[in-house]
Design a protein around this ligand. Structure first.
Ligand SMILES: *[C@@H]1O[C@H](CO)[C@@H](O)[C@H](O)[C@H]1NC(C)=O
Ligand SMILES: *[C@@H]1O[C@H](CO)[C@@H](O)[C@H](O)[C@H]1NC(C)=O
Ligand SMILES: *[C@@H]1O[C@H](CO)[C@@H](O)[C@H](O)[C@H]1NC(C)=O
Ligand SMILES: *[C@@H]1O[C@H](CO)[C@@H](O)[C@H](O)[C@H]1NC(C)=O
Length: 440
């Protein structure tokens, strides 16, 4: 029997009510899965990924970036929700399709100039002015700017790269495929190029193949290697834990090749489905769970940063991440460690698909190696994998929700408290649900 206490949040002195629930033992449950939490980073026979201060970031389509920053109020709200959680602004990247259609115009006073027949269309040609880079430079976090190679005009690109370097103080990298030397030397900087953006998947084409073609003059200009990835599929295939870990394993060789020459490897642009997403998949809770598991699995595999929407709370303030499960089942367990190497949080995830009807199964997890008398947890749940905020069925995390279109947080933060006995505690997680357990 598991006793779950819905307790108050000590930090905010809320008291939403102290409720003791005894979870119904007759719920359909498969055998408990047990994980031992390593007592210190580097132990227990697991692989550990050192964490970037801000491993999860956001990618903006090039031509709408000024509009997102100046006209969409939810953008600032979402970014600042993130910052209040992780202390640092999430890294951003500006690029995608319209990056390869953009020409720099030093004379224009506008951010971007283009015309489209329908407001939902992406322009086939556009120009951008110095103000575009000035705006990017106002952002508090790191910025990767994608510049055009599609038009094959290197002089125009160098002119744009020079403005980017002078205006974007937090510029992390300029994104493009080659021309590394000419652009890097023109702006007088090494460690400035985000290299790669390939349509073929490894092992056909990836960082390891690219690195093999690069000589010692080129490499110093590369700051990191980047990959685009859109796994696609149905909600169910997308959110299945074993599918996610297999997908991430595709990049193992590339990551090792980049690490071998002392460079980072990032997902420069990624999301569930390419081409702006699929209406029946991308806005759902199941796709949100994919985002969470995918970002964690990528980070564990030493992907330094992953640029997309949404994220997870597990990594905030942590310095190392490991995976406790094998990656071959529907059940995931991730553990993070603080700067002293002590266990910080554990995320339990059941990727069994629940579409909203029939029996929702429950899985029991037992964690061993716990050192406190009680642990607190927050639950990430929704009515089903197909739940959507815009259809009035918002997912909740620890009892709180994000507003439809506004990104404002509502509801009272709620923790479940579980007693630890003999260093062990058990947790019930339903199909299509995750539980974040706080160990400190
Ligand atoms: C913001 O919206 C206004 C009014 O619709 C529009 O005139 C302006 O061009 C927009 N700004 C950007 C950067 O898109
Ligand atoms: C290194 O590669 C670049 C780009 O392919 C080429 O222009 C340059 O001549 C090469 N340098 C040497 C020393 O081979
Ligand atoms: C990630 O890199 C670290 C070295 O920085 C290594 O110890 C670890 O095994 C790597 N993780 C994986 C999953 O390969
Ligand atoms: C959420 O916002 C969208 C866009 O304004 C609107 O179409 C939709 O009806 C809203 N959904 C709910 C549940 O209010």
């Amino acid at each position: 029997m598991i006793v779950v206490l819905l307790a108050f949040d000590r930090r905010k002195n809320y008291f939403p009510g102290l409720t003791a629930l005894c979870l119904n033992a007759s719920l359909p449950t498969t055998g408990a899965i047990t994980f031992t939490i390593p007592n210190k980073v580097g132990t227990g026979g697991y692989a550990y990924a050192p964490l970037d201060p801000s491993p999860i970031g956001i990618s903006f389509e090039f031509f709408v970036f000024p509009s997102y920053l100046t006209n969409v109020t939810a953008t600032q709200q979402c970014l600042s929700n993130w910052k209040s959680l992780t202390v640092v602004w999430p890294p951003i990247r500006i690029g995608e399709t319209t990056q390869d259609r953009a020409q720099y115009d030093s004379k224009t006073s506008a951010y971007v100039v283009y015309s489209v027949a329908d407001a939902k269309d992406a322009p086939s040609v556009l120009t951008f002015g110095p103000k575009f880079m000035t705006l990017a430079g106002t952002y508090g976090g790191s910025v990767v700017v994608g510049l055009n190679r599609g038009k094959n005009n290197i002089d125009n690109m160098i002119a744009a790269a020079k403005v980017a370097v002078s205006e974007v103080k937090n510029l992390l990298a300029i994104e493009q495929n080659d021309w590394n030397i000419r652009v890097g030397s023109a702006v007088g900087k090494t460690n400035i190029i985000q290299a790669g953006n390939w349509n073929d998947a490894p092992p056909k084409w990836g960082a390891s193949q690219l690195i093999a073609t690069e000589n010692a003059t080129v490499k110093p200009y590369v700051r990191h290697y980047a990959r685009h990835n859109y796994p696609g599929g149905t909600i169910q295939s997308l959110m299945t834990h074993s599918t996610i870990s297999n997908n991430i394993h595709t990049f193992d060789t590339d990551i090792v090749a980049a690490q071998a020459i002392g460079k980072e490897y990032v997902f420069g642009e990624t999301n569930s489905v390419s081409g702006g997403g699929a209406a029946g998949v991308s806005p759902t809770f199941g796709a949100g769970l994919w985002t969470m598991d995918y970002a964690l699995r990528a980070t564990y595999s030493n992907m330094s940063r992953t640029y997309f929407h949404h994220g997870t709370h597990l990594l905030a303030g942590a310095s190392h991440l490991t995976v406790l499960d094998s990656g071959s089942t529907n059940y995931a367990a991730y553990a993070t460690f603080d700067s002293k190497g002590l266990p910080l949080r554990v995320l339990l995830y059941i990727s069994d698909y629940y579409a909203g009807s029939g029996t929702r199964t429950t899985q029991s997890f037992t964690l061993t190696g716990l050192t406190s008398a009680t642990v607190r947890a927050k639950r990430l749940t929704a009515a089903s994998a197909t739940s959507r905020v815009d259809q009035g069925s918002p997912p909740s995390f620890g009892g709180q929700q994000f507003g439809n279109g506004s990104c404002a947080i509502s509801g009272t933060e709620t923790f479940e408290t579980t007693f630890v006995s003999g260093g062990q505690a058990s947790f019930s997680v339903k199909a299509t649900e995750a539980l974040l357990v706080y160990l400190q």
